[in-house]
Design a protein around this ligand. Structure first.
Ligand code: GDP
Length: 471
């Protein structure tokens, strides 16, 4: 609404007058948006910019097998607060500091690279699943392997479980780092048992998840962890084509008073060269200066390299994609078209996952899975809700519980729901703080209940297309 200079209440009043909506959280379809715009005397453009046209000019082809070379793995560290994610990243960096560099390398550009036996590993420096999911929500699946940090003296905790759900939803393999092994209360066996309960079966348990005991404090096991990461990466057969124009994801960006927009790019394919024209999200420019994670000026960067660049005309967002293109003019054109599309999307946004939408999507054959996140006040009730819901799956619709857990509905649930297109079901729990408003912004539906029967009833009815929209 801000975009077109009309207040939310004006919109709602008009819609109520037209008998179209009854509350502020309703979503508009295209027809309604058009009627509304006429009433308000504004113009909306729906679908004017065709998807294919927007990025015209960006190099787009399948890499030929013979051009592909191995590329290093890109890692995100996740886990419960205070289990040692930051310390572990520090310890990993420390194993790699050569004598001449020590003391000098504290520059944080959002990613760091370490080498073991000449093989490179890239770590994203913002630990936690929030950053991971925020990136995924924007379409950036850049993590190859998730390192799940679990403190050996504290075992599996709520954010450990959340991290597992996030990694699984993304289809990213997990390596468990059992941290704080130096502590007297360390109990790695309990960690493994607890992980098994949450579907993470480590090798001792007959599973295929690698677990490594480490101490970020003493450095014990860190090298072994790096070796295991390389081993897992080998299995994944990560490849890229250094011959094509560079592309990848913006992992951090800020406005520097002296330098202007500064962006950290993670090159996932191709090679980026200083002086080239580039589009990053809705911004464009020419790379004036490129530095690596140590702050050294470099001229080119191949696949799985993090670089900081100067030269964009504006600040892109973390999670935006970037592409090197043939010249400045093309870069500017693409960025302009993307800005236009973004404006349209804000106006026409109606794609949401709600139980009400479900049936029409089933009819159109669009939906086969109903993704749900279940939060409850006690473990017993969560288990009961989950198993009753799972039983509802039929030939047309499969109920998929993306995540379940005990506790209030939090921001992490909303970001997961947003990426997974899930509806959040709360049983005797509510959203905390400003979580409801975040959910509204992200078009995520939160439904709270006090009676299990009502949950089952609503989901069943939604599957049959009979859900009372007055809910
Ligand atoms: P994060 O919240 O997961 O990033 O955790 P931090 O890295 O901030 O660590 C939380 C606390 O645990 C800090 O006080 C660390 O010093 C401590 N810590 C982290 N790793 C270890 C470890 O291996 N051994 C011991 N004894 N303490 C650790």
């Amino acid at each position: 609404c801000e975009q077109v200079g009309v207040s939310v209440s004006q919109v709602i009043m008009t819609l109520m007058k037209l008998g179209i909506v009854t509350n502020i959280n309703a979503n508009l379809d295209e027809d309604t948006a058009l009627i509304l715009s006429e009433e308000l005397g504004i113009s909306v453009v729906i679908g004017a910019v065709e998807e294919e046209d927007i990025d015209e000019g960006i190099e787009d082809f399948e890499d030929k097998e013979e051009d592909l070379v191995h590329r290093p793995p890109i890692i995100t560290v996740m886990g419960h607060v205070d289990h040692g994610k930051t310390s572990l990243l520090d310890a990993i960096r420390a194993t790699n500091v050569t004598a001449s560099e020590s003391g000098g390398i504290t520059q944080h550009i959002g990613a760091s690279e370490v080498k073991l036996n000449g093989q490179k590993i890239v770590f994203l420096d913002t630990p936690g699943h929030e950053a991971f999911t925020a990136m995924r929500a924007r379409g950036a699946d850049i993590t190859d392997i998730a390192v799940l940090v679990v403190a050996a003296d504290d075992s599996v905790k709520p954010q450990t479980v959340e991290s597992i759900s996030h990694a699984k939803a993304a289809g990213v393999p997990i390596i468990v780092a059992i941290n704080k092994m130096d502590k007297p209360g360390a109990n790695p066996d309990l960690v493994k048992t607890d992980l098994a309960e949450h579907g993470v079966l480590v090798e001792d348990w007959g599973g295929d998840v690698i677990s490594v005991p480490v101490s970020a404090k003493t450095g014990e096991g860190i090298e072994n962890l790096l070796e295991m990461i390389l081993l897992q990466a080998e299995v994944l057969e990560l490849k890229a084509n250094p011959k094509r124009l560079g592309l990848g994801t913006v992992i951090e960006a800020r406005l520097d008073k002296a330098k202007g927009p500064v962006a950290t790019l993670l090159v996932t394919n191709g090679t980026v060269k200083s002086g080239q024209s580039i589009v990053a999200g809705n911004t464009s420019g020419r790379i004036r200066l490129m530095t690596d994670y140590k702050g050294t000026t470099i001229k080119k960067a191949g696949p799985a390299t993090a670089v900081e660049i100067l030269g964009l005309d504006d600040v892109p967002s973390a999670g935006d994609d970037f592409h090197v293109v043939k010249d400045d003019k093309l870069a500017r054109e693409i960025a302009d078209k993307r800005k236009q599309k973004q404006r349209e999307e804000i106006l026409a946004r109606n794609a949401s996952s709600t139980l009400e939408d479900l049936f029409s999507q089933i009819k159109e054959g669009e939906v086969k899975d109903l993704n749900l996140i279940v939060k409850g006040d006690v473990m017993g009730s969560v288990g009961a809700v989950v198993s009753s819901l799972e039983k509802l799956s039929n030939d047309e619709v499969r109920i998929k519980i993306v995540h379940s857990g005990v506790g209030a509905i939090n921001e992490s649930d909303v970001t997961l729901a947003s990426t997974a297109g899930a509806v959040i079901i709360g049983f005797n729990v509510r959203p905390t703080g400003n979580v409801q408003s975040i959910a509204d912004r992200e078009n995520v539906q939160i439904r709270t209940y006090r009676v299990i029967y009502n949950i089952i009833d609503d989901v069943e009815n939604a599957m049959k297309g009979m859900l009372d929209p007055e809910f």
